[in-house]
Design a protein around this ligand. Structure first.
Ligand SMILES: Cc1ncc(COP(=O)(O)O)c(C=O)c1O
Length: 461
């Protein structure tokens, strides 16, 4: 399909006509393709907080381009590091050898990670990080003679990417429903962390629940499967993709205690909460809980080049090495890896990104701007028709709207489209509109985003 839009207004040197773009062949991910082709959204440039569209319009990036671009777009130190790396070492095999950038990036990430999380396994995405961490859990238990620990516990509405492992422990129904018996069989899910009656509105603080929702894990799920069979529990510290749902105060600490009591590994999927979103290095730091593995992606390279990974504890690594002590030296201890694990260009981008975050104190800035976003959302949007909840903490917030009977997700999609046409990119997630801007965001940007969202909500009420 080639578009012929005759009334295009082309402003600026990057503008191009849609008819010059052949859109026949690109099957867009997680996108309603039929609707997209009727009203395409094509970005051709970006700088700072803004995109330029094909027709030269400026669109404010209210979602850090899917939680990736913490430092804002087009950051020269990152771009320069990539160009330099390309001219120095473009690629080197990841197996049986490595590269200087991978070692440096791993060292920086390990130094940033809490506790004894010191060993980085690189991959290319959050989905690969999820599958990698699940495989490490199985291999680790086996290395200790506990191969019967082969069951995983995730959480309803959790998102861990689209690999079969991550999808299986994930709990977003639409992502699972087509895959039937191809999902991993030995998985259970804890209940979701949302109380729409008592905690519909969460304003820049952790919700304090009267009920202990982890009793379900202790009293139902673990006895049902027997704790000695559980390899790992995997959760996002904050449920991001579902729509920024925040755990009750003390939840993650108690989850850590339960896992410790039963020898179960705890995996934090920090693909969204990692690298500054909560104003700290990781969600683990914000909540004061150290997991056994921490998955990351997205912001580690400012989204510029794919890179993901799993930071594992020394205990896990040491156990895997010890298990191979009797094997010949040439024997591989963990049969896992990707051609592009620790790609030098991606790692050079990560090094430059992490230096930039530090130099510009961007995590502190995210921590400082978070309440500004939360206050704006609550003051401009609470009480609007159809709004049934607002949750803000860290530099992110979600507005939940009443579902249209028979058309789940339609209201949020309509609001997203209207916001886009008014120059603001927001994220529809179920019945939620999520805002998670880059850490460089200014108050004027926040006011603009929130006002555009408020107007769109009124329009679609
Ligand atoms: C918590 C979490 N895990 C995993 C993923 C999957 O990451 P990717 O899309 O890079 O595979 C995401 C993506 O949003 C995520 O939010």
């Amino acid at each position: 399909m080639i578009y012929d839009i005759s009334n295009l207004q082309c402003i600026g040197r990057t503008a191009m006509a849609l008819q010059d773009i052949n859109m026949t062949h690109h099957w867009l991910p997680f996108t309603p393709n039929r609707s997209f082709h009727k009203d395409p959204r094509v970005f051709v440039a970006a700088d700072g907080m803004h995109f330029t569209t094909h027709d030269g319009r400026q669109v404010l990036d209210g979602i850090s381009s899917l939680w990736c671009v913490g430092a804002g777009h087009n950051r020269k130190p990152i771009n320069e590091a990539i160009k330099k790396q390309l001219d120095t070492l473009d690629y080197a095999t990841a197996f049986q050898a490595s590269n200087d950038q991978a070692f440096k990036a791993a060292e920086m990430i390990a130094h940033m990670a809490p506790g004894d999380l010191n060993k980085v396994l690189f991959c290319n995405s959050g989905s690969e990080a999820a599958d990698t961490s699940l495989k490490v859990a199985l291999a680790y238990h086996r290395s200790r003679g506990e191969g019967h620990r082969n069951m995983f516990i995730g959480r309803e509405r959790g998102y861990h990417g689209v690999g079969f492992g991550g999808m299986s422990v994930g709990g977003i129904p639409a992502n699972r429903k087509a895959y039937g018996t191809a999902l991993l069989p030995r998985v259970d899910h804890m209940r979701f962390i949302h109380d729409p009656v008592n905690h519909a509105y969460i304003h820049n603080q952790e919700p304090v629940w009267k009920e202990d929702i982890l009793l379900e894990l202790e009293n139902r799920i673990l006895p049902l499967h027997d704790p000695s069979n559980i390899a790992a529990v995997i959760v996002e510290p904050v449920a991001g993709s579902a729509g920024w749902y925040l755990p009750p105060r003390g939840y993650l600490k108690r989850l850590r205690e339960i896992c410790d009591k039963h020898g179960i590994l705890l995996i934090f999927d920090e693909v969204i909460t990692g690298f500054g979103r909560m104003g700290t290095n990781f969600g683990a730091d914000y909540y004061g809980v150290v997991p056994d593995m921490l998955n990351f992606a997205k912001c580690v390279t400012n989204g510029v080049i794919p890179l993901g990974g799993v930071v594992c504890s020394d205990r896990i690594y040491d156990s895997m090495m010890a298990a191979s002590a009797g094997s010949p030296e040439h024997a591989i201890e963990f049969f896992h890896g990707y051609t592009y694990s620790g790609h030098p260009v991606a790692c050079a981008a990560a090094i430059a990104t992490l230096e930039l975050f530090k130099q510009d104190k961007l995590f502190e800035r995210a921590g400082h701007m978070g309440p500004v976003l939360g206050d704006a959302l609550h003051s401009a949007i609470k009480g609007l028709p159809t709004v049934i909840g607002i949750r803000s903490l860290g530099l992110a917030g979600a507005v939940e709207m009443a579902s249209i009977p028979g058309a789940p997700g339609k209201r949020a999609y309509d609001v997203f489209m209207t916001c886009f046409h008014h120059g603001v990119l927001v994220r529809p997630a179920g019945e939620n509109i999520v805002l998670c801007p880059p850490y460089i965001v200014e108050k004027e940007h926040i006011d603009r985003m929130v006002n555009v969202v408020a107007d769109a909500i009124k329009q679609h009420a």
